[in-house]
Design a protein around this ligand. Structure first.
Ligand code: SF4
Length: 329
């Protein structure tokens, strides 16, 4: 039986940092509801519910923030890991607004993940301007008809693009997450440089990068698609395309679910990294099964700020080294 009431904050603090396998930003908080109402078909958060943190009150959060301020160590607070902070239930009590108001009051750094344009509406904007907040809006496909199949209850593509535009205009630190990044060719095709004339899967396309560039987006975080077997089958039915056909026979033999070879993933990332020199691309390991990813995540820099690496290919280099190391073994 679930012991959490539907509207509470769930919290992981830095005590978990050492053994945190999923992201180095383990100081995190979620406004809790039974299930995120956006119902994205690729969502992995229900698999991770076992690591949900302890339930806390708003006052406890304020005390913890004051403790960090007193110590002078300000670990970035991550908001919205397991549930979108604007999913139906969380939004009904304006918990996220309350949270952002508190964080602005103490000038505490945070990153908030969302798919909702509500973050750019007046009451939220007021809390974002002159705060230490970073907003990361997720967007995986430019076509809203496909979006309806993949993210049935999430806000439409245009509303998210408008929110991004608005946030940038108001000088709120804003990044876009293309996570998951859907492949467009069969595994092995892109890395072999023998490209078919047309896309084999039309969920993501590179026009999205141009669209984001036209909105003045300066930082995009990529996370390549991986799915459990069940998710792969369900999405295949919804989009009337058998996703397993894209996998190599080798990978299909070895494991279940949708997983691409690292060489192919690397090719996508390298290609995108050089796509537009005015956009800074980094890579998120979240949801991608690798044991050493938390130490090498490039979403944030060493100081806990949003990464602005001089070296644009930082993560691609890392991934290349990783593949090389494996090949040597
Ligand atoms: S918005 Fe995020 S947490 Fe909610 S269902 Fe979609 S991927 Fe999962």
């Amino acid at each position: 039986m679930n012991t959490h009431s539907p509207h509470t904050y769930l919290f992981n603090d830095l005590l978990h940092f050492e053994d945190h396998k999923f992201c180095p930003l383990s100081f995190s908080i979620d406004t809790y509801s039974e299930k995120c109402s956006f119902n994205c078909q690729y969502c992995y958060s229900s698999e991770r519910h076992a690591i949900l943190g302890k339930q806390i009150t708003f006052d406890t959060l304020e005390e913890t923030i004051l403790k960090h301020l007193k110590k002078g160590s300000l670990p970035v607070l991550r908001i919205g890991t397991f549930f979108d902070p604007f999913s139906k239930e969380s939004n009904s009590k304006k918990e996220t607004l309350k949270l952002l108001t508190l964080l602005k009051k103490y000038q505490y750094p945070y990153v908030l993940f969302t798919k909702s344009p509500l973050i750019a509406s007046t009451p939220y904007l007021e809390q974002l301007i002159d705060s230490k907040g970073n907003i990361q809006i997720s967007l995986s496909c430019p076509d809203d008809l496909i979006r309806q199949k993949l993210e049935p209850n999430a806000p439409c593509v245009d509303s998210r693009l408008n929110a991004i535009k608005e946030l940038i205009q108001f000088k709120v630190s804003t990044q876009v997450r293309i996570n998951p990044l859907f492949p467009i060719y069969k595994d092995g095709t892109f890395s072999s440089n023998e490209l078919p004339k047309s896309q084999e899967l039309s969920i993501f396309n590179f026009d999205l990068l141009d669209q984001l560039h036209s909105l003045n987006v300066k930082h995009i975080i990529l996370g390549f698609l991986h799915l459990t077997q069940k998710q792969m089958e369900e999405i295949s039915t919804k989009i009337s395309f058998d996703l397993s056909k894209l996998l190599t026979p080798d990978i299909r033999k070895k494991q279940q679910g949708f997983i691409y070879s690292e060489r192919e993933i690397l090719k996508y990332l390298q290609f995108i990294a050089s796509y537009n020199q005015e956009i800074h691309f980094t890579f998120c390991h979240l949801g991608y099964e690798r044991t050493d990813r938390a130490q090498n995540c490039s979403c944030f820099n060493d100081h806990g700020n949003i990464a602005l690496h001089q070296q644009k290919t930082h993560w691609a280099q890392y991934l290349a080294n990783y593949i090389l190391k494996k090949a040597i073994k």
